[in-house]
Design a protein. Structure first.
Lengths: 273, 263
């Protein structure tokens, strides 16, 4: 029996202030609360072998007043974006186990920009939003689930030309794991072209992958099975010219082909290691 | 297909501060839960940790294992070349030669062992085990964060719990001298009469403790963790996390408690 769960809850919390965390050459990413947050990957979409991936997302308004929140759906390339506005009561929150379908009325894979706004739809720079999220699916053949978490990050953290992933290869038996790289292009106007490469100190350099991503959208690319545990993945914006933007982020997602066990890593911005 | 729907309105908590959590690199990083330890039903949990030196100079690094009460603490020093990194799928055992569950503190140091504020360390961590029935794995991530030094007295977990899952809560006490006593209370049950009493947990200095939380029929606890230690000895250097584990598949996820909730 497949088990589908839809949970919407409203709960209360509170905040007096949001303190910025220590930063280190832009590498440290504040991930919990901000005026605008990016959820790099969210979904309500069927997968292979009877799986169906949904996003379990909680959004909390820590402000002592009701908060209008704009939810912007950034679909995979080829999809259609969408806007939804909700109001979260003061010091309260909302949680849904199928957020994309239930709250946004969307399906497929994409990203979500969560923005505190004023009644006139301008950005509310005093909003205090916190997001917790994971993507999950019922595990076919059982009554349980598999899932992976990705932190929500302030969209202002997307400021780099190159980024790297360190821990996406399978650790114990690499051939059992497939790796995806997702890139979110937050440029409002221009498509961006990215190069995904697997640097190798020994042997031939594997061919790189190029992907062009439309404005305000995302794309997830399969990098294949069998990446070494110490294989680094570099993602570089190679758009060039005056339309190149640093407003993007990348993530890696590794999945065990046997169990569906999965983990994610945000690309470390600014490093060329 | 079975479908379940829940909606609930909860009473408010006052006051949260300092909820932005830096995640990726810093001179010093804390991994709240790490280990190399046998679990039930043939599982064996290990920590898969990648550690990078992002600075342009060689970096001395001190690794400290802060065990659960009764466990063995351990430390070791390594040097990582400029812009170098390594990864181990059983980091605690291979780097420190110890087993058990605990927290893991990674500090950039000078050659003489003092903290190096210029260190730029990055760590990525997850705990994993072979799933005996399949030969595949199950795992959960926990972010490496700069050690908390100014946490408020209380913190709250928001995104934990699920149907058919168990929920563990862990607390790391980074005070080098004083044990700390914490109360744990499911705020979402505060409407009950009588109100369920809090659970108390005392964590020794430089140590961590993890317990399974029992919320009865409430599968979505909103757990407030409050440091109840008397003020002269109360530390702000602590952190809590929640870990939810699917009872059927071992699927698991974690959340750091949002610091600053002051009921």
């Amino acid at each position: 029996m497949k088990l589908s769960r839809i949970i919407v809850s409203i709960f209360c919390a509170a905040a007096t202030a949001l303190a910025a965390g220590p930063k280190n050459d832009g590498i440290v990413l504040p991930v919990s609360a901000a005026t605008q947050l990016l959820i790099p990957a969210a979904a309500s979409t069927p997968g292979a072998n009877g799986t169906f991936f949904r996003s379990d997302i909680a959004i909390v308004n820590f402000a002592p007043r009701d908060q209008m929140v704009k939810l912007q759906w950034l679909p995979q390339s080829g999809g259609t974006g969408a806007l939804t506005t909700i109001t979260i009561p003061a010091r309260s929150g909302i949680r849904s186990a199928d957020f994309v379908a239930t709250i946004l009325g969307q399906s497929g894979l994409g990203s979500i920009v969560v923005t505190g706004i004023n009644p006139d739809s301008s950005r509310d720079l005093n909003s205090q939003l916190y997001v917790s999220m994971r993507i999950w699916t019922p595990q076919p053949g059982t009554t349980g689930t598999t899932s992976q978490s990705l932190p929500a990050i302030p969209s202002s953290a997307a400021t780099t030309q190159i980024a790297a992933l360190f821990a996406v290869g399978g650790a114990d038996n690499p051939s059992n794991y497939r790796v995806n790289v997702g890139i979110v292009n937050l440029d409002a106007t221009n498509a961006q072209t990215f190069q995904i490469s697997l640097p190798s100190a020994i042997g031939p350099q594997p061919p790189s992958i190029q992907v062009t991503i439309a404005p305000m959208s995302m794309q997830q690319v399969g990098v294949g099975n069998g990446l070494s545990p110490t294989q680094q993945v570099l993602i570089q914006n190679v758009t060039g010219g005056t339309t190149q933007s640093n407003s993007w982020i990348a993530y890696g997602s590794t999945i065990d082909d046997v169990t569906g066990d999965a983990w994610s890593e945000l690309a470390v911005a600014g490093t060329t290691q | 297909m079975k479908s379940a729907f829940c909606a609930a309105l909860f009473i408010c908590l006052p006051a949260v501060a300092g909820v932005v959590q830096p995640l990726q690199s810093a001179p010093q990083l804390l991994i709240p839960a790490a280990g190399s330890t046998a679990g039930v039903n043939g599982t064996f949990f290990r920590s898969d940790i990648a550690l990078a030196n992002l600075s342009d100079h060689a970096q001395h690094i001190r690794l400290q294992f802060l065990p659960q009460p009764g466990g063995a603490s351990a430390s070791a020093s390594i040097v990582l070349s400029a812009h170098d990194w390594f990864r181990s799928d059983d980091f605690v055992r291979t780097q420190l030669g110890v087993t058990g569950l605990g927290a893991f503190l990674i500090s950039g140091t000078t050659a003489s062992g003092d903290l190096d504020p210029t260190a730029q360390l990055y760590a990525n961590s997850r705990i994993w085990t072979i799933e005996p029935a399949t030969g595949g794995t199950t795992s959960q991530d926990l972010p490496a964060i700069p050690p908390p030094s100014n946490n408020n007295q209380a913190a709250t977990l928001f995104g934990v719990g699920a149907f058919g899952a168990r929920f563990n809560v862990g607390i790391v006490n980074l005070d080098p001298v004083n044990p700390q006593t914490f109360s744990l209370f499911d705020q979402s049950l505060a409407f009950l009469t009588p109100v369920p009493p809090p659970v108390f947990m005392t964590v020794p200095p430089m140590s961590m403790e993890q317990m399974t939380w029992s919320s009865g029929p409430n599968v979505f606890p909103r757990l407030v963790i409050r440091n109840e230690t008397d003020a002269p000895k109360r530390t702000t250097a602590w952190i809590a996390y929640g870990s939810t584990v699917d009872n059927t598949t071992g699927d698991a996820w974690s959340e750091l408690a949002v610091a600053g909730a002051v009921p």
